[in-house]
Design a protein around this ligand. Structure first.
Ligand code: FUL
Ligand code: CA
Length: 518
């Protein structure tokens, strides 16, 4: 946390409003009875922590689901699956990471332990691991091989460690939490820098039929201590599950969401054991339609920057199954998912499950190459680059050209207190386009509530596309139009909008969804 909670609360109480707006913090507790417009303005100034901001800018990350399930043909395993079946014949972690890199991913998350309890590294705390398999004569360490490959190819590395354990006899007892923390400590100390720790919330039964009470706060503290730069995702305080596994995020996606009282209480605020870190229990149901709208935040006990991650598998299952070889998502489908995740203020986490040989299957590689080629050719040419930009009511300290310099760290904004904007771009020539990309300077917070894109229509302007939230990045597709001038209107915003990038692109017609074509 960048600002101690007690100081924040005193500031609010003393001034009756939120006095830290310029300071930036990734969560805040709200006094009861704060008028809704003050809550909304406060939300506009909640900003990501450094680790959250670095994660958001990755845009595209991958998962590798691989383990004993790959060989048992299962998704969740069962306690009777024997280690001897784990025997990839050609495992090549460099091929996995190279495939991810060539597809454009910036981080790879390996399943170190799934719900089945099998450890992909030779843990000293269990016999249920790679050390008791024929693979590399029991001397293999998959976590090491993947993390080494990530270093070689300059990808960030993350780990999925499932707290649920179908195999461990300790599951359902207090000793299990110690066991799990021992495993975590190994994974977090033996393999260099870890950028994302992915905790699934699943809490099923163990081999003895018991369920576990997880020590989440203990797990979080361990991650913060051993890997302070890592975001803790899903069942964790830094990154939120979007709420589906379809690949399609919300059209209205606020990164600031309400923090209910129980999450705040989990921080131990006010007690002498209070954590100095921004760690709280995730705030409940992530599957609702809108999480951060005015309606949802107006009576919140607190607010937190809690951005969305869209996880989806390139195949129907999370683990490899031969029978799904013909069901790999096509390049066009992956591109549609891209627009609906990375293009909707979320980070895309695409699962690539290596096959029984220990390789990313040819079919998956082919789809990924196809996806990359489409995205590269679509976004290579920003038709707004070099446009003359005429924003109304601008703040003279910010150059309009900051919006087309391809640098998300520079932006334009208008006068303080102004919650609408009108930005005209005179393109270098008449162009055809069907896609708008727009970004907010999210490091200061998320603000835009509604925006539209217009082109000249005789004496006035006509709307060709419109959207609600922008956030880190919003991509809008629309039927192809031809124009030399365009106008972007910010119709409403939680505070002065800070726009960091604007792009206009031309996509092959088939990539414009039929419902948009109408
Ligand atoms: C889910 C798990 O149960 C799946 O097996 C998979 O790991 C997915 C990413 O998360 O909740
Ligand atoms: Ca910029």
């Amino acid at each position: 946390m960048k600002f101690p909670i007690c100081i924040l609360i005193s500031l609010i109480l003393l001034t009756g409003s939120i006095a830290f707006a310029q300071t930036g913090t990734n969560y805040i507790l709200l006094p009861e009875g704060l008028p809704v417009d003050s809550v909304v303005k406060t939300a506009a100034h909640i900003s990501p922590s450094a680790r959250q901001a670095a994660w958001q800018e990755l845009e595209f990350t991958v998962f590798f689901h691989f383990g004993i399930n790959t060989f048992a043909g299962l998704e969740w395993g069962n306690k009777d699956v024997k280690t001897k079946i784990f025997n990839p014949s050609e495992l090549d972690a460099r091929q996995w990471v190279r495939t991810a890199k060539e597809a454009g991913a910036k981080l790879a998350i390996l399943v170190a332990k799934h719900h089945d309890g099998f450890c992909n590294w030779p843990s000293k705390y269990t016999e249920y691991s790679v050390k008791n398999t024929p693979w590399r004569d029991g001397n293999g360490d998959l976590v090491k091989e993947v993390s080494d490959a990530c270093k070689e190819y300059s990808l960030k590395f993350g780990v999925y460690v499932s707290p649920w354990d179908i195999h461990s006899e300790l599951y359902g007892t207090d000793q299990y939490n110690t066991y799990f923390e021992n495993l975590l400590r190994e994974v977090l100390t033996l393999y260099g820098e870890i950028s994302e720790v992915w905790f699934d919330g699943a809490c099923g039964e163990g081999p003895n039929g018991k369920k576990q009470v997880y020590d989440w706060m203990g797990y979080y503290k361990l991650v913060r201590e051993l890997q302070p730069k890592a975001v803790i995702a899903i069942m964790g305080p830094d990154v939120r599950w979007v709420g589906t596994e379809s690949g399609y995020g919300r059209e209205t996606e606020w990164s600031v969401v309400p923090l209910p009282r129980v999450s705040i209480e989990s921080m131990g605020v006010g007690s002498k054991h209070a954590s100095s870190e921004d760690i709280f229990l995730p705030p409940g149901d992530m599957m609702q339609k809108e999480l951060g709208s005015d309606e949802r935040i107006k009576e919140a006990a607190g607010l937190a920057w809690y951005p969305s991650e869209v996880d989806v598998s390139i195949r129907p299952g999370w683990f490899y199954h031969e029978k799904e070889d013909s069901l790999v998502k096509s390049p066009d489908k992956l591109v549609d998912i891209w627009f609906s995740s990375a293009g909707r203020n979320s980070v895309l986490l695409l699962n690539l499950p290596p096959d029984k040989r220990g390789l990313i299957n040819e079919n998956d590689v082919k789809s990924l190459k196809g996806m990359r080629a489409i995205l590269d050719s679509a976004f290579r040419n920003n038709l707004a680059a070099g446009a003359a930009i005429i924003p109304a009511n601008g703040n003279p300290k910010f150059k309009p050209e900051n919006m087309t310099d391809s640098k998300p760290g520079t932006y334009w904004t208008n006068k303080k207190g102004s919650k609408t904007a009108s930005i005209i771009l005179e393109l270098k020539q008449q162009c055809s386009f069907n896609c708008l990309g727009i970004q907010e300077y999210f490091r200061d917070g998320q603000r835009v509530e509604s925006f539209s894109l217009e082109i000249p229509d005789g004496k006035s302007w006509k709307t060709v596309a419109s959207g609600t939230t922008i956030g880190y990045k919003r991509l809008l597709r629309f039927p192809t139009v031809h124009a030399k001038s365009v106008r972007i209107r910010i119709n409403s915003s939680r505070d002065n909008p800070e726009i960091s990038e604007i792009g206009l692109y031309s996509l092959p017609e088939r990539l414009i969804p039929v419902e948009i074509q109408k």
